[in-house]
Design a binder for this molecule. Structure first.
Ligand SMILES: CC[C@@H](C(=O)O)C(=O)SCCNC(=O)CCNC(=O)[C@H](O)C(C)(C)COP(=O)(O)OP(=O)(O)OC[C@H]1O[C@@H](n2cnc3c(N)ncnc32)[C@H](O)[C@@H]1OP(=O)(O)O
Ligand SMILES: [Co+2]
Length: 133
C-alpha cells in the first residue's frame, strides 16, 4: 500500500529564517508561500530531486503547528507524507488494523489531492500523512 515519500514536513517558528536557510544557504528551489486555512498552516515547499521538504508555519487560532511549537519552540520534524493509490481503501485497511485515522474524512491537501493523518502514537512516535497519488 505505501508508495513514494512525497514530503518530509518541518514545523518552523520563523518562516523568513527557514526560507533563508533552505533557499540561500542550502540552495533549494522554494515554492511560493501558500496559506491553507482549513489546515491551519502556511506552507513553503522545497523541491528536491527525490522528494520535497514542506516548511510549516502556524496560521490562525487553532493551528496544530502552534501547539507543536509550544512544546518545541525551535521547531522540528513534524510529519512524513507517503503516497497511496486509493486513500479510502488505505483508511479502511488502517482502521481495520487498529490504527487511528485523525478526522472522519480526507481533506484536500497542499497539492490539491486528498490527504489523511495517522496518530503518531500508532506509528512509532511519528505523525504520518497519506496523500492519494
Ligand atoms: C498543508 C496541508 C497538509 C499537506 O498537504 O501537506 C499538511 O501537511 S497540514 C499539517 C498540519 N496538520 C496536522 O498536523 C493534522 C494532524 N495533526 C493532528 O491532528 C494533531 O496535531 C495531533 C497529531 C493529533 C496532535 O494533537 P493533540 O492531541 O491536540 O496534541 P498533543 O500535543 O496533545 O499530542 C498528543 C501526543 O502526540 C504527540 N505529538 C503531537 N504532534 C506530534 C508530531 N507532529 N509528531 C510526533 N508526536 C506528536 C505529542 O507530543 C503528545 O505526546 P505525549 O506528550 O507523549 O502525550
Ligand atoms: Co504535509
Amino acid at each position: 500500500m505505501i508508495g513514494r515519500l512525497n514530503h518530509v514536513a518541518i514545523a518552523v517558528a520563523d518562516l523568513d529564517a527557514a526560507e533563508r536557510q533552505y533557499g540561500d544557504l542550502l540552495g533549494g528551489i522554494l515554492s511560493a508561500r501558500e496559506d491553507l486555512p482549513e489546515h491551519g498552516v502556511t506552507t513553503v515547499f522545497v523541491r528536491l530531486s527525490n522528494t520535497n521538504i514542506e516548511l510549516l508555519h502556524p496560521l490562525g487560532m487553532d493551528s496544530p503547528i502552534a501547539k507543536f511549537l509550544e512544546k518545541s519552540p525551535s521547531g522540528g520534524l513534524h510529519h512524513v507524507c507517503y503516497e497511496v493509490e486509493d486513500i479510502r481503501a488505505a483508511m479502511e485497511r488502517l482502521v481495520a488494523g487498529g490504527a487511528r485515522v485523525l478526522g472522519r474524512e480526507p481533506k484536500i491537501g497542499a497539492h490539491g489531492k486528498p490527504v489523511i493523518f495517522l496518530h503518531p502514537k500508532d506509528f512509532s512516535g511519528t505523525l504520518v500523512e497519506l496523500e492519494q497519488a
